[in-house]
Ligand binder design. Structure first.
Ligand SMILES: [Zn+2]
Length: 404
């Protein structure tokens, strides 16, 4: 049965650079069937939406279990990404499919309340402690699918291949054994078995991920990329998150992580490079030429002191070689940061302004004929109940005495 919603103010997305007033949105089930602007709120049966309405957002990079690290990694031991990783490993060592389901359900519910409707779950915890298989080798994957369905968010399960401890080929050890399938072929065999369940869940789909150039050797990267390409599913990977990763990759292969990925056939329009913090100019051109999307996670990178990457600026420097069809940008909330989905976008803007020493300002569409903001947004805010009893702000006051 159709349901009408009436938004006082709504930004309808796409190329629109203004906010619309009086927006009637008709939904049927989970679908929006019509949107009309400039409508007066006469329909008493409509659900009234006060304030500003935005389209729901997607969190392109999640590790749901990292939520349990919030507030636990900032003590005296906190130094950098690598010290944070020790705490993360200690947590990963304790999780079981049941406890992960409960944790993920709460995390996805928290995202839903923050306005996130779709999540890309970069999932690499697969096996028992020590690396043994569960009776259901995809017990964790099934737990995540069920958790997202219970919380009402759409989930792309990016099942992650993780085969080695470092780019030099050193073997997995300790808790890393829970992440590994032994080979790209064994990874693909396990992931194929997930396909049947994903097909039965309307809000779910399957994707692939390469943990990083540290964790997957080039031949296996090519195999995972081939698997994703044959099925037309998204492929994600962590790329150049750490300087140490870049240095190790150069020492072992003579190539930057981006060049190594390009040589293995990993880059492309279905590929998303997560972080991409420490890219050289040539790396940016490689990503751009291939149409690879970059997923920036400014709040995570700030929290982990990963460094300040700025692919947009680097791309401009390299425009001669960078393509017009530069991949897009997405935002992720991977680390145990606040689930406040506008923060990554705001963080990116703040970071760019700090680099350029450029204060924020409003922008008009080309030609300078932008529609002004709605009158309601231009009017000063009326005092609300919480303002009662507040001290007047400091400033010039009218002198006492009779009014003129
Ligand atoms: Zn990540």
């Amino acid at each position: 049965m159709p349901l009408t919603w009436h938004a006082d103010l709504a930004w309808l997305g796409g190329d629109r650079e203004h906010v619309d007033e009086g927006v009637a949105i008709v939904t049927e089930g989970e679908r929006v069937v019509s949107v009309e602007t400039g409508v007066r709120a006469r329909d008493r049966s409509a659900v009234r939406l006060h304030g500003l309405v935005l389209p729901a957002l997607a969190n392109a990079h999640s590790h749901a279990f990292h939520r349990a690290l919030r507030g636990r990694t900032h003590g005296a031991q906190a130094r950098d990404f690598w010290s944070w990783r020790e705490r993360m490993y200690a947590l990963a060592a304790r999780l079981e499919p049941g406890s992960y389901h409960d944790l993920a359900r709460a995390v996805y519910a928290e995202m839903a309340l923050a306005g996130v409707a779709a999540v890309g779950e970069f999932h690499y915890l697969h096996h028992r402690p020590g690396g043994g298989r569960y009776a259901d080798p995809n017990a964790f994957g099934h737990a995540l699918l069920a958790a997202a369905a219970a919380a009402g968010v759409r989930l792309t399960l990016l099942d992650t291949c993780y085969l080695q401890a470092d780019v030099d080929g050193s073997p997995l050890e300790g808790v890393q054994l829970r992440f590994g399938d032994g080979s790209a072929a064994a990874w693909a065999e396990r992931v194929e078995a997930l396909g049947a369940e994903v097909a039965t869940r309307p809000g779910a789909r399957l994707g692939a991920a390469i943990h990083s150039v540290r964790a997957v050797p080039p031949q296996a990267m090519a195999a995972v990329a081939g698997w994703a390409g044959e099925r037309g599913v998204p492929l994600h990977l962590h790329l150049s998150e750490q300087r140490q990763e870049n240095q190790a990759c150069l020492a072992a292969t003579g190539l930057t992580p981006a060049r190594l990925c390009a040589a293995a056939g990993v880059l492309g329009e279905r590929t998303t490079a997560v972080h991409a913090t420490h890219l050289a100019g040539e790396d940016v051109a490689l990503l751009g030429r291939s149409g690879t999307v970059v997923c920036l996670c400014p709040t995570t990178e700030r929290d982990l002191a990963d460094g300040v990457g700025e692919p947009g600026v680097a791309g401009r420097r390299d425009r001669a070689r960078a393509p017009r069809r530069h991949g897009g940008a997405a935002a992720g909330l991977a680390a145990p940061c606040r689930r406040e989905p506008r923060r990554p976008a705001r963080g990116r803007g703040v970071r760019r302004r700090c680099r350029r020493r450029d204060r924020p300002r409003g922008r008009r569409p080309a030609g300078g004929r932008g529609r002004p903001p709605p009158a309601r947004l231009r009017r000063p805010r009326r005092p609300g109940p919480l303002d009662r009893g507040r001290r007047r702000p400091a400033g010039p006051r009218r002198p006492a005495g009779p009014r003129p």
